[in-house]
Design a protein around this ligand. Structure first.
Ligand code: MN
Length: 261
């Protein structure tokens, strides 16, 4: 089994080192991660400047690009093989609810998923790396459980359908984590106000505000599960189509006319 690890906090972040240490005994593990912090880069790809790959003294490879760049490069030529699993994280802070739209941690995993490879994004629910060793153990527990299901396919060589999991692990001592719980995404309120400051040249600078507090943290959500001490597992899909409203928009399209052939 081969696992590709990436993240969005950068190749030197404690979270990716912990993830590598936790998984290296389970499979052949390689790390390709951003050189710098690329949090909130979602699925962004770098199309207008060259990317370079370097190898750090610990063997990790790092790229002057985004999380999705790292996985994209790895899967389209750098590795020279197809990993059985793509794992991202462990992120410094929660990726719950609306966070998943912005998250580079999820973006790295999603890039693997888009290439047809099962993928998991791991995050800790709070920033600061408290109990990171526990998060690493939990990640390894889940990966160890899933690895046997990642067989190379049926007799015809068809691969099983890939999946994408978003996992948030509470920052708690091991004995205070109650296990894993499957949960849907909650919702957050809109982000806090932008923060303005004046730079030494008298120009106004704008800093994006913090993510909003939870708006939907009802039972069944990732917010609720992690607050109760569970590591939440949310299966994600990529199709953004509003299937329920497809019919609603048909008259609008019709009213626009058939157009000229
Ligand atoms: Mn991050």
């Amino acid at each position: 089994m081969k696992i590709l690890i990436s993240n969005d906090d950068g190749y030197q972040a404690p979270g990716i080192v912990a993830l590598y240490e936790a998984l290296k005994g389970l499979a052949d593990v390689e790390v390709v991660a951003p050189e710098h912090n690329n949090s909130a880069k979602s699925n962004a790809l770098t199309l207008h400047s060259p990317l370079y790959v370097h190898r750090a003294s610990n063997g990790f490879r790092y790229v002057n690009g985004t999380p999705a760049d790292c996985v994209h490069i790895a899967l389209t030529g750098l590795l020279g093989y197809r990993p059985d699993l793509v794992v991202s994280g462990i992120n410094n802070g929660a990726n719950m609810g609306d966070d998943t739209i912005y998250s580079g941690t999820v973006g790295a995993a999603m890039e693997g998923y888009l290439f047809g490879i099962p993928a998991i994004a791991f995050s800790q629910t709070e920033r600061g790396w408290a109990h990171l060793d526990v998060a690493g153990q939990k990640a390894a527990e889940l990966v160890r459980h899933l690895l046997p299901t990642l067989s190379s396919g049926d007799d015809a060589g068809r691969r099983p359908a890939p999946w994408l999991l978003n996992v948030n692990i509470p920052c708690r001592p091991a004995e205070q984590i109650r296990g894993f719980k499957v949960a849907r995404l909650g919702r957050r309120h809109a982000a806090e106000q932008v923060i303005t400051q004046t730079n030494p040249r008298g120009e106004t600078m704008y800093w994006i505000g913090s993510a909003g507090p939870a708006k939907d943290d009802a039972e069944g959500t990732d917010f609720h599960a992690t607050a109760q001490g569970f590591a939440s597992i949310t299966p994600l899909q990529v199709d953004l189509t509003d299937h329920e409203r497809l019919a609603y928009w048909v008259p609008t399209a019709a009213a626009m006319g058939a157009g000229t052939p």
